[in-house]
Design a protein around this ligand. Structure first.
Ligand code: 17E
Ligand code: FE2
Length: 429
């Protein structure tokens, strides 16, 4: 039976150092360091007092479009809208092999960064559903290392795209885990509402989750989050529903913001903010002062709403950069949402771990605890604050009780006048 023992671990919220033992892919023991000998014949890792944390969770990425920046043309204006046009051109050339190769490459980057749970949107406004079939196939193939949820995402609309509703149902038949929508892209307000009703009906009928690209526009009149929250509450769906992007919130007036926070909190839905991408895309139609449209992260969290941070794009028509690293996303989120308090910075770490896990509805399938899947990271840092400030990479990634990625430390040797050559790792001593 495959086993692994990690000694001298610092678990969040636990003062004493512990040893963590996993057998057959499940955590079977957490005991004070040295209290019992390693179990089983497997490897023994010394965490040396480092943080041992549950894996990162990516609540929002687009694996189907990843690594296509500049194909066939660069997004010159930098707007969401030109991104959709450029992608529409690229979409006509998709093949199964092309999608598999790009998506799998990014999944490998994610595992290297310590991400073991991913929700990927997948454009289904394609009569062939080429990308969706490929991602569903990939989901099954990578199951032993990383969990993948696939969202049927209607990039060009459900109601305003010819045959859109039928494509959504076909995507559900083909194995999508989550139903998406894009109400702000539909032609009219009424079509936007209708598209949400269609999405919720489909999700409820098939027992699927819901994740809506919602109000990703700098139009203060784009107000579909209230509709998503209301449909979730009426259907009793609560945390099975997520509103992503929600950038129009950056433009809402105080009176409406106050009202909306209550509606969202009461509904129990999740919000996903994608700070790197929306800082890049939003405000493009403004002169100065220029808005930087983002979810009201702080205020919604204070109102009791579960908010998580997502990467969104990796080198595609909407965003040219990215290595699929959630620590970089959380860092950007801290700056963008002004999360500078000590507790707020710790919360930013939760937004790429536990809070993101709630978005994916992982439940007992997540967390470093006895009886749970042996998925965890060794982070050579002293706290979430330290991990985010120094952008610490996991030295070890353990998935299903197996060591799947290792990153040796990369300290810098510095020569300084009057000092012996020294190692710099940006720890404040
Ligand atoms: N599609 C969309 O509507 N919005 C985005 N941010 C991306 C794709 C990446
Ligand atoms: Fe997105």
């Amino acid at each position: 039976m495959q086993s692994i023992t990690v000694t001298d671990c610092h678990l969040l919220g636990r003062a004493e150092r512990v040893d963590v033992v996993a057998e057959a892919g499940v955590i079977t023991r957490i005991s004070p360091t040295g209290a019992e000998p390693p179990t089983g014949p497997g490897p023994v890792l010394d965490a040396a007092g480092a943080l041992v944390a549950p894996p990162y969770v990516e609540p929002h990425i687009h694996l189907d479009t990843a690594l296509t920046a500049g194909q066939p043309r660069w997004n010159v204006s930098g707007t969401l809208w030109e991104g959709i046009e450029r992608w529409s051109e690229r979409k006509h050339t998709l093949t199964r092999e092309d999608v598999l190769a790009r998506a799998e490459e990014v999944l490998r980057w994610q595992v290297a960064h310590g991400v073991l749970h991913v929700r990927s949107h997948c454009d289904v406004t394609d009569p062939e559903l080429t990308a969706l079939h490929a991602l569903v196939e990939l989901r099954e193939r990578v199951r032993d290392v990383i969990d993948l949820q696939v969202v049927a995402f209607p990039q060009e609309g459900i109601v305003s795209f010819d045959g859109g509703e039928r494509l959504m149902a076909r995507a559900a038949d083909a194995g999508a885990d989550v139903i998406g929508a894009i109400p702000h892209f539909e032609d009219t307000r009424e079509d936007g509402i209708r598209s949400l009703e269609i999405a919720f009906e489909l999700a409820e009928r098939r027992g699927l989750l819901v994740d809506v690209h919602c109000d990703e526009i700098d139009d203060e009149q784009s107000r579909f989050v209230e509709v998503v929250a209301t449909l979730a509450r009426r259907g009793g769906l609560g945390a099975r529903v997520t509103a992503s992007h929600t950038t129009a919130m950056g433009s809402y007036n105080g009176a409406y913001s106050r009202k909306l926070r209550r509606i969202v909190a009461r509904s129990g839905i999740n919000l996903v903010c994608n700070p790197m991408v929306n800082l890049t895309l939003q405000g493009r139609f403004d002169d100065y002062p220029k808005r930087r449209g983002l979810t009201q992260v702080k205020e919604m969290a204070a109102a009791g709403v579960n908010v998580a941070f997502g990467h969104d794009d990796v080198m595609d028509p909407w965003f040219p950069l990215g290595t699929a690293n959630p620590v970089q996303v959380a860092h950007a989120g801290i700056l963008a949402a002004q999360l500078s308090g000590q507790d707020e910075i710790a919360e930013a770490f939760a937004m790429i771990t536990e809070r993101a896990a709630r978005v994916l509805n992982l439940g007992d399938g997540y967390g470093v605890a006895i009886g749970r899947p042996a998925n965890f990271l060794i982070l050579p840092g002293t706290s979430p604050f330290d991990v985010l400030r120094r952008q610490v990479r996991p030295s070890h990634v353990v998935s299903r009780g197996r060591l799947v990625a290792e990153t040796p430390p990369a300290p810098t040797r510095l020569t300084w006048p009057g000092r012996a050559p020294e190692t710099v790792d940006f720890v404040r001593r």
